[in-house]
Design a protein around this ligand. Structure first.
Ligand code: UDP
Length: 337
């Protein structure tokens, strides 16, 4: 593996939960980073001051060009995180998801090719996969795709864009299929607006900051009836982006630009109920909750096979759910000092 990390990086969606964490990781490596974010859902206040930010949309070629022009030469890599991420919302606004995630990725890939960027890594999702029939199985990168939501379709479309871009032979591309990103690093709290993610919702409900948690379905074919997901620490996710960019740079330099998919998860499925139990244990308080009907687009189980992640990037994600919950609770200011 190439020992040098990318020293110049364009990060789209840089003001989001993963993006702000990634910026800290890249800066710690001494990288020069340019950020692009529409700030529609991102957090300007969590952006490091030393990172120049272009406020713009990835669907807007002028905004992407403007960000790329801030580098003296083409950056070593583009890490493309910008996108909409809510399965339920995508069922209500499928056109919006297609525009932002599919069209946005096309614009970013085209302009990276035009500028001569050698490496492009995107945040894809486990939602591109055909859900498992039996729980207890893990999904590897050869598992069939078959999205169940417009969100999943829009991410799959982005993957095909990256595959086609790599076929041109000038830019290596990687799609990281993220499972459920959780926890916190560098003291940055996970906050989405509106919040839709299970761990911050459960923690903040227990703290009395939010109304009782809605458990979306307890009649799934899983051991306790609630959905199984693979929660992976944001620190490991960010590491996967940095090492993927490094790998793609190496491929491009050696004239072997190709497209790769990697699953970013721990291999352990946790039910909604197990997550709630972990939140209660960490906070020492009950999580008030009500069981509701299923959320549209949710599938019973999504659990990664992390073998290729370990082989290709030498990343072995921390599977300690309590640590993820504790890190999240701490940065949300919910743990007593
Ligand atoms: N979930 C829930 N109540 C909530 C939010 C989420 O029961 O208010 C469940 C959801 O059905 C899924 C799991 O928690 O099974 C993780 O959902 P999240 O939105 O955090 O991530 P996703 O799996 O949609 O990416």
């Amino acid at each position: 593996m190439l020992s040098t990390s990318p020293s110049t990086v364009l990060v789209t969606g840089a003001a989001g939960y993963i993006g702000t964490t990634l910026l800290r990781r890249l800066l710690a490596d001494g990288a020069r980073v340019i950020a692009l974010d529409s700030l529609e859902r991102g957090h300007a206040e969590q952006m490091p001051r030393e990172v120049p930010l272009i406020v713009g949309d990835v669907r807007d070629p002028d905004a992407v060009r403007q960000a790329l022009r801030l580098f003296d030469r083409p950056p070593d890599a583009c890490i493309h995180l910008a996108g909409l991420i809510q399965v339920g919302e995508s069922t209500l606004f499928p056109q919006l998801y297609r525009d932002v995630n599919a069209v946005g990725t096309q614009v970013v890939a085209d302009l990276c090719l035009e500028a001569g960027v050698p490496a492009l890594v995107m945040a894809s999702s486990a939602a591109v996969l055909r859900p498992l029939k039996g729980v207890g199985e893990r999904l590897d990168e050869d598992a069939p795709v078959g999205p169940e939501s417009p969100y999943g379709s829009s991410k799959l479309s982005g993957e095909y864009t990256l595959r086609a871009a790599a076929d041109l032979g000038r830019m290596a591309t990687v799609a990281l299929r993220l499972f459920n990103v959780a926890g916190a690093a560098y003291g940055l709290a996970e906050r989405h607006d509106p919040e839709t993610h299970l761990i911050p919702l459960a923690l903040r409900a227990a703290a009395g900051e939010l109304p009782p948690l809605h458990v979306f379905g307890d009649d799934f074919p899983t051991p306790d009836g609630t959905c199984l997901r693979d929660y992976v620490h944001v620190r490991d996710v960010v590491e996967a982006f940095v090492r993927s960019a490094r790998l793609a740079m190496q491929q491009a330099v050696s004239g072997e630009a190709e497209f790769q998919v990697l699953h970013v998860g721990t291999g352990h499925g946790r039910s909604v109920k197990e997550v709630i139990d972990a939140c209660e244990l960490v906070l020492g308080k009950p999580v008030p909750r009500q069981v509701h009907g299923r959320r549209p687009g949710d599938v019973a189980a999504l659990v990664a096979d992390p073998t290729r992640l370990a082989t290709v990037l030498d990343i072995h994600p921390d599977a300690d759910l309590h640590r993820m919950v504790r890190d999240a609770a701490e940065t949300l200011g919910l743990l007593d000092a």
